[in-house]
Design a protein around this ligand. Structure first.
Ligand code: 0L1
Ligand code: MG
Length: 268
């Protein structure tokens, strides 16, 4: 981000846009990307909209149960035409039990991504957090599948608009086997994604910024821009190891993780 970390939108516009994006999420309809109507929106405005959405959910009694990094593979950044990763938050109702059902009608045009999650035993506070800090602060890693669902028409956006839309967060499934990072080679850990029994994607951990822990470090450093940290106990999804795959009602998925078991679910 080369622009100054400052606002061009008013607080009233930020609150209005958070309500607008959240309504589209809750009622599952498409909206035009924010920069079409507010080309002056800055990165700070976009994150303020996301944090206002988070505040709205907490005010209604929802718990924030984790964070996610998005657009963390070079291939995905190129595919979506954006220049750097982003982050979002995970609310309690996004969580789907392992092997569970995901209601397709509650979403717009969902896609699934094979990811890993880190759970911290110590706080990570940027700036300056590096891979070594992340490895030292990690309690364990476990498999996670993210369901992304951009609220923008045809899943098309720019980086600022996607940040304001909570980085397309909608649902996630976690389970499988937790593992100590000392027992894993995080760069070569392999995943195989199947939909309805057919292999649709394969990947390895290094697809995420060269090393999965680099994603957690980047998140801690990005959150430091707002004076925020990742407390002990944080659950963090690192971004997609595979490309995102569109799913339809009736699709069943299984993702096999090398040494970490299997995650599955079904869209109903
Ligand atoms: O990588 C991701 O979790 C996606 C972040 C937002 C961009 C997208 O919706 O593809
Ligand atoms: Mg993701």
């Amino acid at each position: 981000m080369t622009e100054a970390y400052e606002n061009k939108l008013t607080q009233a516009q930020i609150e209005e846009l958070a309500a607008h994006c959240e309504k589209a999420e809750l009622e599952a309809y498409e909206i035009t990307k924010i920069t079409d109507d507010y080309p002056q929106m800055t990165y700070k405005d976009a994150f303020d909209i996301q944090w206002e959405t988070r505040r709205r959910k907490e005010e209604r009694g929802h718990k924030i149960v984790g964070m996610k990094m998005g657009l963390t593979s070079w291939a995905k950044m190129a595919q979506m035409g954006v220049e750097q990763p982003c982050y979002g938050f995970l609310a309690d109702y996004f969580s789907v039990p392992e092997g569970g059902e995901i209601k397709h009608d509650e979403l717009i045009h969902p896609k699934i991504e094979a990811e890993l999650a880190f759970v911290l035993k110590d706080e990570l506070k940027g700036p300056g957090v590096h891979i070594g800090d992340v490895l030292r602060a990690t309690d364990f890693v476990m498999p996670a599948v993210e369901v992304i669902d951009s609220r923008y028409k045809d899943f098309k956006f720019d980086l600022k608009s996607v940040i304001a839309d909570n980085s397309s967060s909608s649902r996630f499934v976690t389970g499988g086997r937790m593992a100590d990072i000392a027992d894993l080679d995080l760069k070569t850990i392999g995943v195989v994604m199947e939909i309805n029994g057919e292999v649709v994607q394969t990947g390895a951990g290094a697809a995420v910024l060269g090393h999965p822990a680099a994603s957690v470090a980047m998140l801690a450093n990005m959150m430091a821009d707002r004076g925020e940290s990742l407390p002990a106990g944080s659950f963090i999804m690192i971004g997609a190891i595979t490309a995102a795959v569109q799913v339809e009602k009736g699709d069943a998925f299984t993702v096999r993780y090398q040494g970490l078991g299997t995650l599955s679910g079904k869209f109903v």
